[in-house]
Design a protein around this ligand. Structure first.
Ligand code: NAD
Ligand code: FES
Length: 289
């Protein structure tokens, strides 16, 4: 495929893979070549726009494209979702963050909750590539919100799907599926979990009981993504860390989840108000083109 006509940060493919959840392939040959599992980018849609951290879900170095998956839940991600194939982001900085530490653990289990399943995909690929026997668990509120089942299914020796309402797979949370695997004697030597913070905490509490090493990918508020602003401060093993440069993955048994949740909620009311205003303007048709 000729890429001569493409501009940096241009969207070359767009799919809605679940309600309000989008898969974008964007042209950025340098990031496509350099990115490793576990890393992320910080994007801006337009001048004056918010800086949004998004995990790199994959890349195609030959085409020069990177894959991002996001849910349009806030003002900036709603703006992002309005773009179409051919549009370009203002900028994309990365790859940022430390790559996932990959080794052969024997049997590894990757767990994705909701659209947090997206960052799990490149890590599953890397763990598989290192020779692990791989078990995957995907959790979603309901059937229509299950994402990447096919992609993870092709990497995993075994894939469990859990929905909160029981509309697909096992009824319950990802932790119910993990507890069942442990109860049936599956010799899991490593767990990697990405999703809502209460989920990552619950997974870590469960695996702690069995001494299973567990990494979680933290998603605190980020601004610059380069260790300068302090916005992504987290506490791990009693020490201050910055998720953007020291993480985003940390030992789940050592993370101070109470502090993380408090900091994540600091601007929740304002974020909700801005997102609601934006949605009203969109419906009323008064947004800039
Ligand atoms: P959600 O609230 O629908 O939850 C998804 C699944 O997580 C549930 O179906 C359940 O299986 C599990 N879960 C939720 N709460 C749990 C609990 N208390 N105990 C055990 N399991 C629980 O998820 P969503 O609305 O799709 O949100 C996805 C989350 O993933 C967001 O919070 C987002 O910030 C996070 N995320 C993180 C990253 C990252 O790189 N760290 C990337 C993308 C998304
Ligand atoms: Fe600013 Fe990490 S986002 S220090």
């Amino acid at each position: 495929m000729s890429t001569e006509h493409l501009r940096q940060n241009q969207i070359v493919a767009k799919r809605e893979i679940a309600p309000k959840t989008y898969w974008y392939d964007l042209y950025h040959p340098k990031i496509a070549r350099k990115r490793q599992a576990g890393q992320f980018v910080v994007i801006r849609v337009h001048e004056g726009g918010e800086r949004v951290p998004l995990t790199l879900v994959g890349s195609d170095p030959d085409r020069g494209t990177v894959t991002l998956i996001f849910q349009a839940v806030g003002h900036s991600t709603m703006e992002l979702a309005r773009l179409e194939v051919g549009d370009a982001l203002l900028d994309m900085a990365g790859p940022l963050g430390r790559p996932t530490h990959i080794e052969n653990h024997g049997t590894a289990c990757v767990i994705g909750g909701g659209y947090g399943t997206a960052p799990v995909l490149p890590i599953a690929e890397a763990l598989r590539g290192a020779g692990n026997r791989l078990i995957g668990i995907i959790g979603a509120r309901t059937r229509g919100l299950v994402i990447l089942e096919k992609e993870l299914g092709s990497l995993c020796d075994r894939l469990e799907v859990a929905t909160d309402d029981g509309s697909y797979g096992r009824k319950g949370f990802v932790t119910d599926a993990l507890a069942a695997l442990i109860a049936e004697g599956t010799d899991i030597r490593f767990v990697l979990a990405v999703g809502p913070t209460p989920m990552m905490r619950a997974v870590s509490e469960l695996t702690r009981q069995y001494g299973i090493p567990t990494m979680v990918s933290l998603n605190p508020i980020m601004v610059d993504g380069t260790g300068m602003c302090g916005g992504c401060r987290v506490e791990v093993d009693g020490q201050t860390k910055f998720a953007c440069v020291d993480g985003p993955e940390f030992d789940g048994h050592l993370v101070n989840f109470d502090l993380l949740m408090k900091r994540q909620g600091a601007y929740r009311a304002e974020e909700r108000q801005i997102a609601e205003n934006y949605e009203h303007c969109r419906i009323a048709g008064v947004l800039d083109a």
